[in-house]
Design a protein around this ligand. Structure first.
Ligand code: NAD
Length: 484
């Protein structure tokens, strides 16, 4: 094994989770690169007690001092960019450039957190003669962040810098499929000067997550992952009266109108469906082709054929996930859809034990087919034909999900028409992956997000803090009035 066993990182100590052993497999070539022991409820409790002990001192440190740690952390992310990139690549299987984009985004997220002192200065108003009311943000306490496999470095950094700069202490529970990046994040935070116990990592799966949801000393939980688990976590943690934000899966529709620019649309759609091997919640999963856009479809297929697995297309996370994706394609074919580019049965020379699916483009998918409704999470584009823009909007609106949607057109009026009516939290106009960059916040609608507000940006301030309203009066000569 290339890496030692991955242990929990609790108060800077490395402790075994205590449960079942799990191998960490690199999707690139199927090799076992490490192992971990799933955490029990006891291991979670130990991390919570550590984070709880660290809270009074950290939360009493002025924000302008707390933020200094994150200026240093951002520099460490940048100085270690190549190593962090390769680690993501190895455990997740994405390409070098995709993995590097993750670390760059983590640095951007940290940069935003470093601006927090400017954003959270309170409000103050003389509310009646001689009486002032001021509002201050207070941290919640111990918070937990549960993350998925597809962005081992970036998704944890959606929550870590903001929550910690705002004075909370944290338990991170990364995906058990990609545990290595989480511990490197913990090491970098330690090296940046974060006090012991403020940030802890607990490795594990269902048992650890359930223990987090149930733990009486955890005040808030964020979750990013599939909708199935998002619903479980949201309900379970909320039933224990915690603040919860749970981001789920996606089925993003790109609506392509006949006046769309051919080259720009084709390259955007192909990149959106194949980037990170389609394993991202912002991936184009369905393209709604309005009227005759055959030229664009031809060009998308040409672009797709230039995407080579193992070269400019990364791996799928596991053999099971590869099989699931291929089953969707086969079922669509059996139901009468037409496969224009077929990525099944893909092998990469020299990496025969890796898990790869080539880019796949399927035309004449009908809205009632399974592949049109469910999240595929692979480099697969389903093309659904629509007669006009309203039919296209209806197709988009009928999805249970609502993470992102996009429209491709040269008409500003039509773009606005679709943007107004699409039922999704993030909309692209001639952009296939409309991730809002900082300071704009990230979050979907419908079954793609449960809870209030978004997970990043200014919206996250509300989630990570509670408000204290302080009313003061120091002038005895001022008369008492009806509310002072
Ligand atoms: P997942 O739901 O399988 O796992 C997410 C986390 O939940 C992991 O830490 C895992 O250990 C834990 N978990 C898994 N099963 C559990 C159970 N039964 N009970 C309690 N905890 C459990 O998701 P994944 O496969 O790691 O990630 C892919 C999914 O994440 C996709 O659906 C993708 O769309 C979604 N995702 C969404 C966003 C977003 O912003 N909305 C971002 C990234 C990924």
């Amino acid at each position: 094994m290339k890496y030692k066993s991955v242990n929990n990182f609790i108060g800077e100590e490395l402790l075994e989770g205590g449960g079942e052993k799990l191998e960490v497999v690199s999707p690139i070539d199927g090799s076992i690169i490490s192992e971990l022991f799933l955490s029990s409820a006891d291991a979670v409790d130990r991390a919570v007690q550590t984070a709880k002990a660290a809270f009074p001192s950290w939360s009493n440190t002025p924000i302008k001092e707390r933020v200094q740690v994150f200026f240093r952390y951002k520099r460490l992310l940048e100085e270690n960019m190549d190593e962090l990139t390769k680690l993501v690549q190895e455990e997740n299987g994405k390409t070098y450039d995709e993995a590097k984009a993750e670390i760059l985004k983590s640095a951007e997220l940290t940069e935003f957190a470093c601006s927090m002192p400017q954003l959270v200065s309170g409000e103050l108003l003389e509310v009646s003669k001689g009486v002032e009311c001021r509002v201050e943000h207070f941290p919640l306490g111990v918070v937990a962040s549960i993350s998925p496999f597809n962005f081992p470095n970036m998704v944890p950094n959606w929550t870590i810098p903001n929550a910690l700069v705002l004075g909370n202490t944290m338990i991170l529970k990364p995906s058990e499929l990609v545990p290595l990046s989480a511990n490197r994040i913990a090491e970098l935070l330690r090296d940046a000067g974060l006090p012991k116990g403020v940030f802890n990592v607990v490795h594990g799966a269902q048992e650890a997550v359930e223990a987090i949801c149930d733990h009486p000393d955890i005040d808030a939980v964020t979750f990013v992952g599939s909708t199935r688990v998002a619903k479980i976590v949201y309900k379970r943690a909320a039933s224990k009266l915690k603040r919860v934000l749970a981001l789920g899966g996606a089925k993003n529709h790109l609506i392509v109108l006949p006046d769309a620019n051919v080259a720009m649309t084709a390259s955007n759609v192909a990149a959106s469906m194949s980037g990170c091997a389609g394993q991202r919640c912002m991936a184009a999963s369905a393209m709604v082709a309005v009227g005759n856009v055959d030229k664009i479809i031809e060009q998308i297929c040409e672009e797709a054929r230039k995407i080579i697995p193992g070269k400019n297309l990364g791996a799928i996370i596991s053999a099971k996930a590869k099989e699931r994706i291929e089953n969707y394609i086969t079922e669509a074919e059996n139901d009468g859809a037409k496969i224009l580019v077929d990525g099944r049965n893909c092998k990469v020379e020299g990496k025969e034990n890796g898990f790869y699916v080539g880019p796949t483009v399927i035309d004449y998918v009908r809205p009632e087919m399974k592949i049109a409704k469910e999240e595929v999470f692979g480099p697969v584009l389903s093309i659904i034909r629509a007669k006009n823009v309203d039919e296209a909007i209806n197709i988009e609106n009928s999805s249970d999900y609502g993470n992102a949607a996009a429209v491709f057109t040269q008409s500003g009026g039509l773009a606005r028409y679709v943007a107004d009516r699409a039922s999704a939290g993030m909309i692209g106009v001639n952009i296939g992956v409309p991730v809002p960059r900082e300071p704009f916040s990230f979050g979907g609608w419908n079954d793609s997000r449960f809870g209030v507000g978004d997970i990043t940006g200014k919206s996250s301030i509300q989630f990570w803090t509670k408000l204290k309203k302080i009313t003061t009066k120091w002038n005895p000569e001022s008369q008492v009035n009806w509310m002072s």
